[in-house]
Design a protein around this ligand. Structure first.
Ligand SMILES: Nc1nc2c(ncn2[C@@H]2O[C@H](COP(=O)(O)OP(=O)(O)OP(=O)(O)O)[C@@H](O)[C@H]2O)c(=O)[nH]1
Length: 273
């Protein structure tokens, strides 16, 4: 069955969960540890949304890839956000896993494709073939493993090589925050990680998939910045391709997550103003 653009739009518009509704730009983890310093969505983006132009151009879609050393917690991070679960047993990702999360940003339907990639060397070439066309890159390291932080620059370089013509949003994410019990051991890692984040031009976050600490906030921030960038790109005429539904080869609309319908415009992410 073929769905018209307007029926797909209506279907998706009605399906963002309450906690996926974003009406204001969420803050970074640390104000001094981000290159994305704006306090709000761009004026041009807000004007375009308010004028209704975004509805005509179709559903917004951005691709996020999650990269990092083996067992740093990439899968647990994605599963915590997408399924609200945590599994303490390690199961290696083979190649890539794929999720789509539905958001409603400033009243506009927005989909974030989340690509969880394998950290194991032997699966790397499969994973790397999915790096292309990304709009956001999340480099993950384990707070208890300083070597995984040292490898972040290499992961980013490989992702950038696959996207020479784009300017993706970059996040450096410290996982397993719950494992560092003293604040002094964490602050040592944090200062080194923030230095690395600055060098990479990345926004820094520290999360725990086990406790759920800051996971939701991280992905809401990723979605909001990605939406801002996607609309901006579209307004500049460079993002025409991304304004349409473009699912990866072999992925059908039917596997998209359909969240239980919730009342529209009930925002759980309150504006601070
Ligand atoms: N304590 C704690 N353990 C975690 C956390 N996140 C992940 N782990 C554990 O770390 C191990 C590796 O997690 P995964 O999410 O599978 O790691 P991955 O980066 O996806 O691994 P690859 O797919 O092989 O690259 C598992 O045993 C998890 O339970 C966390 O926030 N806290």
């Amino acid at each position: 069955m073929l769905l018209s653009r307007s029926s797909v739009y209506t279907m998706l518009q009605n399906s963002a969960a309450k906690d996926r509704i974003i009406n204001c730009l969420p803050p970074p983890f640390i104000r001094q540890a981000t290159p994305y310093t704006g306090d709000d969505f761009d004026e041009k983006v807000k004007n375009a949304v308010n004028s209704g132009r975004m509805i005509e151009t179709g559903i917004k879609l951005s691709k996020l890839i999650v990269l990092g050393d083996v067992a740093t917690g990439k899968t647990c991070l994605v599963n915590r956000f997408c399924h609200r679960v945590f599994d303490s047993n390690y199961k290696a990702t083979i190649g890539v896993d794929f999720e789509v999360e539905r958001f409603d940003v400033l009243g506009v339907p927005f989909n974030l494709q989340i690509w969880d990639t394998a950290g194991q060397e032997r699966f790397k070439c499969i994973a790397a073939s999915y790096y292309r066309g990304t709009h956001a890159i999340m480099i993950v390291f384990d707070v208890t493993n300083i070597v995984s932080l040292a490898h972040c620059a290499q992961w980013l370089e490989e992702a950038r090589d696959a996207n020479p013509d784009t300017n993706p949003i970059i996040f450096l994410v410290a996982t397993k925050r719950d494992l560092l019990h003293t604040s002094s051991s964490y602050s040592q890692i944090e200062s080194e990680a923030r230095r690395v984040a600055t060098n990479l031009g990345a926004e820094y976050w520290a999360v725990s998939s086990k406790t759920g600490d800051c996971v939701e906030e991280l992905f809401i921030r990723v979605a909001a910045l990605s939406f801002n960038r996607a609309v901006h790109r579209e307004l500049q005429g460079a993002g025409k391709r991304h304004s349409r539904i473009s699912l990866p080869k072999g992925i059908k609309l039917g596997i998209w997550k359909t969240w239980t319908t919730v009342e529209k415009n009930t925002c759980s992410h309150q504006c601070k103003k």
